[in-house]
Ligand binder design. Structure first.
Ligand code: C5P
Length: 398
């Protein structure tokens, strides 16, 4: 679980986006966090403390003079063992309070009394004109200068019927940003290019040849790289997965298209990670029209042509990025893995037992480099992806 053991104070201020805070509370809980909800009086007009208590499983604090904490110091106690304070939704008024150090209710007092090292993340939610108002923009700039992290806002349809900037991020996007805030920024400013998923090689306009790769491992690595601060481009074959938050995804079908997209995106990349299960062959005599089942002629005969090896092409370039390959073997992984690393002429190759991992949420990896091999024991793919990103980051020039 991405937030296992984390304690989060979730502050709600007055705004219609309070309904999204209910979803966020659940999502944080599912990710392993314990959530302490604190609400302003205005927030209680939009969603009841009873709802937030039921979802967080903890009493909600909304009153500065609440006597439930023994020494009556809720504004101090609530933040002392927290790992982060998240304000979602954060109103224009509350941004202004944070910037000016106002503390006339429990939530604003709690924020100003937080320990200096405690991260404060703010998800603005307001009408487009309120967001664009120079006063708000001045305050937002100051907020960031004070080291407070801004989550969003987004642009789009607003509850008031207008359209524009100021929409609060969706709960799953907020969750992603909160998880990312806990990750060390070991790839800050680095450019990472990945391939993921299967390729699809057409036989005719409606049929084709593909494989069982789900894309989960490659997508998990893209997400981990982005959470580590990288600028990530993901060239993906057909999968059922959503693009990870903040990752630029380019969708392709065939190995040739994947090859062309990789070469197009290669300039300026620091790392290239080839995770895709690329088809080795394409159908050379693919039909432009749907093949007809004609019982007299029998089954069609397919001819195959070799696809370009994308990883080998990139690894052979004179100014190549740091190249990482994958090997899915069904046997003799230790022997084949190192052979493949040398044949592809790459510094790092990640081996897994292919048919055991396709489509699954967990995996077991063996890393091959010039010094030998290291096992990353069975774990969920996201945890393994983070470990792999840490290894890659440690190999890059600083
Ligand atoms: O040679 P093999 O397919 O076993 O190597 C697997 C590695 O090479 C993976 O990293 C895969 O993404 C990459 N590859 C590629 N282009 C191909 C075939 C494999 O980039 N045509």
């Amino acid at each position: 679980m991405d937030l296992a053991g984390k304690k989060i104070v979730l502050g709600l201020t007055g705004g219609i986006a309070c309904y999204k805070a209910a979803e966020l509370t659940r999502a944080l809980g599912k990710a392993g966090a314990s959530v302490q909800v604190v609400m302003t009086q205005a927030a209680t007009q939009f969603i009841t403390p009873v709802t937030m208590q039921a979802l967080s499983g903890k009493p909600v604090y909304a009153d500065q003079w609440d006597a439930r904490i023994a020494n009556n110091m809720a504004h101090i106690d609530l933040s002392r063992d927290a790992d982060a304070i998240v304000i979602a939704p954060c109103s224009t008024d509350f941004i202004s309070k944070l910037v000016h150090g106002a503390c006339d209710d429990l939530l604003s007092t709690l924020c100003i009394a937080r320990p200096a090292h405690l991260p404060l993340l703010v998800a603005p939610a307001m009408n487009v004109e309120m967001w664009q108002n120079p006063a708000t923009q001045r305050n937002v700039a100051q907020l960031q200068a004070d080291g407070i992290a801004l989550l969003g806002p987004d642009t789009g349809a607003q509850a008031c019927g207008e359209n524009g900037m100021g929409r609060m991020l969706e709960p799953e996007q907020l969750l992603e940003q909160i998880i990312a805030s806990f990750q060390p920024k070991i790839l800050a400013g680095k450019h990472v290019l990945l391939t993921a998923g299967p390729t699809f090689e057409p036989i005719d306009p409606v049929r084709g040849i593909t494989n069982l790769s789900s894309g989960k491992m490659g997508y998990a690595i893209a997400r981990a790289a982005r959470q580590a601060g990288a600028i990530v481009t993901l060239i993906s074959g057909p999968t059922a997965l959503d693009a990870p938050f903040g990752v630029q995804r380019i969708e392709v079908q065939t190995a040739q298209q994947m090859h062309d997209a990789v070469l197009e995106q290669l300039t300026g990349q620091d790392v290239f990670i080839a995770v895709a299960a690329v088809a080795d062959w394409r159908v050379a005599n693919a039909s432009a029209q749907k093949l007809k089942k004609d019982d007299d002629d029998g089954a069609p005969v397919l001819e195959f042509a070799q696809n370009p090896d994308i990883l080998a092409t990139v690894a052979a370039l004179p100014k190549r990025p740091y190249c990482v390959g994958f090997a899915a073997e069904s046997e003799n992984l230790l022997q084949y893995g190192e052979q493949k690393r040398q044949r592809k002429n790459i510094p790092l190759l990640v081996g897994n037992i292919g048919h055991h991992t396709f489509g699954k949420d967990d995996n077991e990896l063996v890393l091959f480099d010039a010094l030998g091999h290291t096992l990353l024991p069975r774990n969920d793919k996201q945890a393994l992806a983070r470990q792999l990103i840490a290894v890659i980051a440690s190999r890059l020039p600083h």
